[in-house]
Design a protein around this ligand. Sequence first.
Ligand code: AHR
Length: 506
Amino acid sequence: MGDYKKARLVLDKEYIIGTTDKRLFGAFIEHLGRAIYGGIYEPAHPLADEDGFRRDVLELVRELRVPVVRYPGGNFVSGYNWEDGVGPREQRPVRLELAWGVREPNTVGTNEFVTWARKAGAEVMLAVNLGTRGPDAARNLVEYCNHPGGSYWSDLRKAHGYPEPHEIKLWCLGNEMDGPWQIGRKTAEEYGRIACETAKVMKWVDPSIELVVCGSSGRGMPTFPAWEATVLEHTYEHVDYISLHTYLGNQENDTRNFLAKSLEMDEFIRTVVATCDYVREKVRSKKQINLSFDEWNVWYHSNEADKKVERWSLAPPQLEDAYTFEDALVVGCMLITLLNHADRVKIGCLAQLVNVIGPILTENLGPAWRQTIFYPYLHASRYGRGRVLQPVISSPCYDAKDYTDVPYLAAAAVAGEEREELTIFAVNRDTDQPLLLEARLAQFAGYQVVEHLVLEHEDLKARNTKEEPDNVVPHNKGEARMEEGFLRALLPKLSWNVIRLKKLPS
Ligand code: AHR
């Protein structure tokens, strides 16, 4: 395979980080921009179904096998009255939506979204408003959604045409409550108290639900990680997960630095895990809090355009990042990071899913297509479920503007849950040269490469557009083979790779 830089990987069947929770491959849809209106819902579209949902978008979402979708926000939820979005449509109010400076018509609300999610094959992860509201509205929403009947709110749901409870299992206690941009921002003490009291009554209505408390809205927040410690001290026994959010960008147009930024996500996870475990000791608990990475993606392309959005318009394009090939590599690195923390990160939500910083773009009354970042997410969702093996990596490294010792190789390995399958996800961060991956797979006798998918492109800034939806797509002509217990694979410069091995009958 020629004389290339070499990275070594050792995998042992017994060294398991953890089994992926299927919710690790989730996504997020907010009432924002054209995510709902013009994204998933467009009754006037020629492909709209009987409920007004775009069939073409549903098909793409199903292709991604999205297990769970967080809804309805995001910043939006901190000013949302959920009651506005249920009942007869003609009676629903149009509201000034302060988080994004638009008008919200409330044509789609909780019931419609649950209907959409069922069609998409996904569960709903519902967020409650802890910005302008509190425990009362939250417990009523749990009753409305999950109580079978015989009470005010559950009977109202029935009267609205939904006789069966929605059985929503996963709930977020607000959103990014530490952020100055948040409607009803709180200090860690204030939020910790209200989150605790809200969690109590929500679980009293339905003890089977799981709750996600808000962590910091980013690793760069001045109150991180003291925020996590204080909030958990108030809520530890009442919640199940703490949230993390990360958005990466390449404003400075420095590819090597951009590709290294996933290392921040890794550090972020390690610190939050450490903080959770510190509080566990402090409150003398036996319970473990896990992590919900419920917003992550690349986000920066649309920043300038968003400054020009007309105030109080209805479903204008907002946060419509048109993703490049380079972004897909970063998303690949982020997915690898999430997989390698499968022991503690149980929920992941790519933010978001349609139009708003999403892997799917649509045109109103027009087509829907796959952005570049669709592919690494698709591959991880399809082949990343199983036991994540500890990857022992020795890779040549480089220094970038903000990072030193950045390994050229980012990799994760997942052994299929039932079938004898092994998938290696790998990014070559080298901007100039291919990287030879040599993986010692001593215990994988009889395994052969069945597919080596590669996402590569000559132009780092290449995009998929309405006119050219297949400009950046993976091919399966990667060079990888098994030789005497070693996998040898050539990872082209700047590439996302999915190397799938299976034990073949001898
Ligand atoms: O996903 C876009 C926004 O990013 C969300 O509304 C908010 O939670 C985060 O700041």
